[in-house]
Design a protein around this ligand. Structure first.
Ligand code: 5AD
Ligand code: SF4
Length: 447
């Protein structure tokens, strides 16, 4: 979501005549897109602001803007920070150009946040967001790929989560607007779209007699020429629409056989305290069904360690679930209390820091073993990747001997593939033979 918002804002301000600066010291305006999901992410923004404060001492005309979830969460409090000139919440990004211009013209109150974030947004605001998304829609950082938001916000209220309070209520965008946007992206050469929603599989839109679900969107998007791959994230473990979505995945060759479905914990007690509405058994059943309907499906998940009240036994149950699920990879986070959430208000953050750290390491180590084994299956096999661009490592990006640089691509099942090839392949499909594997990366030769 944040990557998409950054791309939208970048496109909007570029269209208004601004150019990206190579270095922060050369910039007239610095915009920081922010995440509030864990405290650590917010602390990094604050330390970045400390750095900008020094730059601003020598260059008082520098404009600093905070956009995204932290802007929505802190609002005026952030504007009170001496370094900050602009505060803009995620639902207000269509106003970013106006806010930047106001700040450049000396306004000290360039702020746009949603007053009552949990109230259903009015039709006008929705239309402004839809227009903004539809016009400014390509992410230049990864060629031939784009994110398409299919829904805003979340109504699930997991007890630890800040998202419903910063991104507002769950609203599905009209299917016509989404498909028109995908068609426009295809005309610009986009080959892969990723449909985005906090609970993307809860997508539901009623138009006349018909109620559309995510599976309907997948069928409609599959009809768009040029688009060759369709992904969707993030799926919530729920039986609603699940069979329809799996069937669409199995039926439609363009839909990637990849499912990111966070479990968060393997303990029923913790899952209930998190307000997740499922048990570990029900979750595993969903995965089993997915494996039956889409036999070569690749799975990934999110887990949280150190949620209030998590005992060693609860953690062991999480470890067991991870071993049973056989994810290709998973993301593990240490519980971080978020202001205003029900866990922060009603539960004790009682798992010591060191214990969280140890559980995090242990869970990742168990997953690494599984990832390593799953990756090995690709040895000597051919895979088709969509090339994302050059490797981030400078010496491999432009080898001194003039040989081909190292490229990064991704398979339909979301495996990262590293190989040497001409830079012109970025945004193209390529076939690669795998010669070496590690837990998270496949290495190979361009065919
Ligand atoms: N503390 C730690 N991790 C969190 N996540 C969400 N809220 C918190 C929190 N308060 C994790 C969840 C979610 C991922 C995006 O971030 O695992 O799936
Ligand atoms: Fe947060 Fe839960 Fe909604 Fe995901 S489903 S965004 S974890 S409240």
């Amino acid at each position: 979501m944040n990557k998409l918002d950054t791309a939208l804002v970048t496109a909007a301000i570029s269209k208004a005549g601004f150019e990206p600066a190579d270095d922060v010291k050369e910039a007239d305006v610095v915009l920081i897109n922010t995440c509030s999901v864990r405290e650590h992410a917010e602390q990094r923004v604050l330390s970045h602001l400390g750095h900008l404060k020094h730059i601003k001492e020598n260059k008082p005309e520098l404009i600093v803007g905070i956009i995204g979830c932290m802007a929505q969460r802190l609002g005026k409090k952030l504007l009170a920070h001496e370094t900050v000139d602009i505060v803009c919440g995620p639902a207000q990004i269509p106003q970013i150009v106006r806010l930047v211009n106001e700040a450049l013209n000396g306004s000290k109150a360039a702020i746009a946040v949603t007053e009552k974030i949990r109230e259903k947004t009015n039709a006008e605001q929705n239309r402004a967001l839809d227009d903004f998304e539809s016009v400014f829609d390509t992410d230049k950082t990864i060629p031939a790929q784009a994110y398409v938001r299919v829904m805003h916000g979340c109504d699930n209220f997991c007890t630890y989560c800040i998202v419903p309070y910063v991104r507002g209520p769950e609203i599905s965008r009209p299917p016509k607007v989404i498909i028109d946007q995908i068609e426009k992206l295809a005309q610009k050469g986009v080959k892969q779209v990723t449909l985005l929603g906090q609970r993307v599989n809860a997508y539901k839109y009623t138009a006349g007699e018909k109620t559309y679900c995510l599976a309907d969107l997948l069928y409609l998007a599959s009809k768009v020429n040029v688009i060759e791959r369709i992904r969707f994230v993030t799926s919530y473990p729920s039986a609603e629409f699940f069979d329809e979505i799996l069937k669409a995945m199995a039926d439609l060759p363009k839909v990637c056989n990849y499912l990111h479905m966070p479990a968060q914990s393997g303990s029923d007690k913790i899952l209930a305290a998190m307000n997740r509405h499922y048990t570990a058994g029900q979750y595993l059943k969903l995965l089993a069904t997915a494996g039956e309907v889409v036999p070569d499906i690749a799975l990934s998940g999110d887990f949280m360690v150190g949620f209030p009240g998590e005992t060693e036994d609860d953690f062991q149950q999480t470890l067991e679930l991870v071993k049973k699920a056989q994810y290709k990879n998973c993301f593990v986070f240490k519980y971080s209390p978020r202001p205003g959430t029900s866990a922060e208000k009603r539960m004790q953050n009682d798992v010591p820091k060191e214990v969280k750290k140890r559980r995090n390491i242990e869970l990742l180590a168990a997953q690494e073993k599984i990832s390593d084994e799953l990756s090995r299956q690709f040895l000597r096999k051919e895979v088709k990747v969509l090339v994302e661009g050059l490797s981030k490592k400078p010496h491999l990006k432009s080898p001194r001997d003039g040989s081909n640089p190292q490229l990064i691509g991704r398979t339909a099942r979301d495996y990262i593939v590293v190989f040497n090839g001409p830079e012109s392949l970025a945004g193209e499909f390529a076939k690669v033979k795998i010669t070496k594997t590690t837990a998270l990366t496949l290495f190979g030769e361009l065919l």
